[in-house]
Design a protein around this ligand. Structure first.
Ligand code: NAD
Length: 313
């Protein structure tokens, strides 16, 4: 779809009112605010799926430019503990293995960003028998990675020893010129953050003599010094560009939260701003997941409820 086709489609859909938006990455919200503000009065509000989208909405809200209410689905427990950690953690490796058919055991895997996605992927890499290295900018996350049993170092150091590099930061140019220059011949780079900007493609291109397509979804940048650096899925999300994304057994949670949040926006008159998913909704989604799996959990007795509330015993 071209940008013009996308804009035409958005205008057509948002012409009806009232509208509730279900977004991922805040792409639709940003498009409406920047390109077609005349449609804003048709929008009651909406819900946002992912970490990067919530960051953009927080920035819009802080600048006072967000013109309708949005619900932050990403920060519900039923979302990030599962979709980001176990969904991305598995599907990024699905994409990697389908595309490269490489063995992961014994390789040094560099995970950039030890948030919910990165820690899921690190956990699975360890399960495959990889040597896992984590890079971070947050000292708490870095120390968590260390105590989870992984090596922690700067990307500058990791660049020299990694065989496989995967980025999960939502940030820009996490792998760039000075890192690419230090990498070994034959390394594989993939991204599973939000956009194809975590690995600097302009820097890869500038350092290359030419680019070859090694196999579907693998571009080999042949460096001027002869080293071959392989990029998965043009630096787009490895789990989506090179595989089928998360299994439905994970997406059912995220989609339930999205639907419940959209209904909440539809049935409540909310002021413009960013709202959390109501805790009862978050809990109800997880309860229905367990019920669907046929798993029972305990309920506190009246005595236990009382004991937990009391400070005198
Ligand atoms: N591929 C998918 O299907 C999928 C699913 C969910 C989320 N995401 C995206 O993945 C990204 C990460 O999501 P998350 O929930 O793990 O976020 P998060 O905020 O929990 O973690 C991101 C981590 O990256 C770290 N970081 C930021 N800049 C860095 C840098 N330059 N070097 C090293 N670390 C850096 C942060 O300190 C943080 O710990 C987001 O862009 C999110 O939208 C992708």
């Amino acid at each position: 779809m071209t940008t013009e086709e996308y804009f035409d489609y958005v205008k057509k859909v948002l012409n009806y009112k009232p509208n509730v938006i279900i977004d991922d990455g805040a792409d639709l919200v940003a498009t409406v605010h920047k390109e077609m503000p005349e449609l804003i009065p048709n929008i009651l509000g909406g819900s946002e799926e992912t970490t990067s989208g919530v960051k953009r909405l927080k920035a819009m809200h802080a600048q006072g430019v967000l013109k309708f209410p949005m619900i932050d689905v990403n920060d519900a427990l039923s979302k990030y503990l599962f979709d980001n950690r176990y969904g991305t953690g598995q599907s990024v490796w699905d994409g990697f293995i389908r595309t490269t058919n490489m063995i992961v055991a014994g390789k040094t895997v560099v995970i950039a960003g030890y948030g919910w996605c990165g820690r899921g992927a690190a956990m699975r890499a360890a399960g495959f028998g990889a040597h896992v290295v984590v890079t971070e900018v947050d000292p708490h996350k870095a120390c968590e990675a260390l105590m989870d049993g992984f090596r922690v170092m700067s990307m500058d150091e990791a660049a020299k020893i990694g065989d496989i590099f995967l980025t999960f930061t939502g940030n820009i140019h996490v792998i760039r010129k000075e890192h690419i220059e230090k990498m070994k011949n034959g390394v594989v780079l993939g991204n599973a953050g939000h956009f194809d900007v975590e690995i600097s493609k302009p820097d890869l291109l500038a350092l290359s003599d030419h680019v070859e397509q090694l196999r579907d979804n693998i571009d080999t940048y042949v460096m001027k010094d002869g080293r071959r650096i392989n990029l998965l899925g043009e630096g787009r999300l490895t789990n989506l560009a090179c595989a089928d994304g998360h299994p439905i057994e994970i997406m059912d949670l995220s989609f339930s939260l999205q639907l419940e949040s959209a209904l909440y926006v539809y049935t409540h008159k909310l002021e413009k701003g960013l709202y959390p998913v109501p805790v009862e909704t978050d809990r109800a989604v997880m309860e229905s997941k367990l019920a669907a799996l046929g798993i029972n959990i305990d309920t506190m007795t009246a005595e236990q409820v009382e004991y937990m509330r009391s400070w005198q015993e």
